[in-house]
Design a protein around this ligand. Sequence first.
Ligand SMILES: Nc1ncnc2c1ncn2[C@@H]1O[C@H](COP(=O)(O)OP(=O)(O)OP(=O)(O)O)[C@@H](O)[C@H]1O
Length: 254
Amino acid sequence: MSALLSVSGLTMRFGGLVAVDQVALSMQERQIVSVIGPNGAGKTTVFNCLSGFYRPSGGSVKFGGQEIQGMPGHKIARLGMVRTFQHVRLFKEMTVLENLLVAQHFHLNTGFLAGLLKTPAFRRSEREGLERAHYWLEKVRLTEFANRTAGNLAYGQQRRLEIARCMAARPRLLMLDEPAAGLNPFETHELDRLICDLRDNEGISILLIEHDMKLVMGISDHIYVVNQGRPLAEGTPEQVRHHPDVIKAYLGEA
Ligand SMILES: Nc1ncnc2c1ncn2[C@@H]1O[C@H](COP(=O)(O)OP(=O)(O)OP(=O)(O)O)[C@@H](O)[C@H]1O
């Protein structure tokens, strides 16, 4: 089976600092794969390189068999790779529902002329967009807040809205950067269930950066560990948990 995402030799330099050094990873459809490592290990920089926010200094990134390294972020998103950020990024002045409609703009047939003439294709597209938005609102338990301004939601609700917004764009790969940060234990449990639901029932692949080890160990099919920008270990949660180099990187030398 060919990989959905295949990364080799990924390198990112900021002046003299090598933040990511020869990182490789690979994932299949319908997999939850996590990237873990101590603070400053280079995890977010890897995400920024994969999603087109940074142009990597070197390496190859293939998504769905297509070379995407160096492509701008909006093109990569259009190909079906979407992401959330460590710090919530929503259109805070818009309503919850509007956030989900905007996310679908490149799938909807809502060009200026089609809108002006209210063509049948335009109306169908509008209806489908609304249906999809309501589907995801229901999934993340935000239906009753559809008309609330996104900036007025509680923090945990904003995080759920971010995921719903990504999903409304119909991705193949969802990249989540520390989605459990700032959530309470109940919300983290809900997040755990939601991520598994996306894999098992929506057929999505999820690439996850997360510091909550209980979450990572509980849901990941495969884990990559990076340390000081370099690959340190990889394997199943069980293999990674007992890997001596991983224990050393997290706990330091005895
Ligand atoms: N735009 C940038 N310019 C210069 N240095 C950067 C930039 N972005 C990241 N770095 C550096 O690259 C290294 C890796 O940072 P990165 O944020 O990727 O780590 P991380 O593993 O995501 O950390 P954390 O778990 O704390 O979020 C750090 O030394 C950081 O200071």
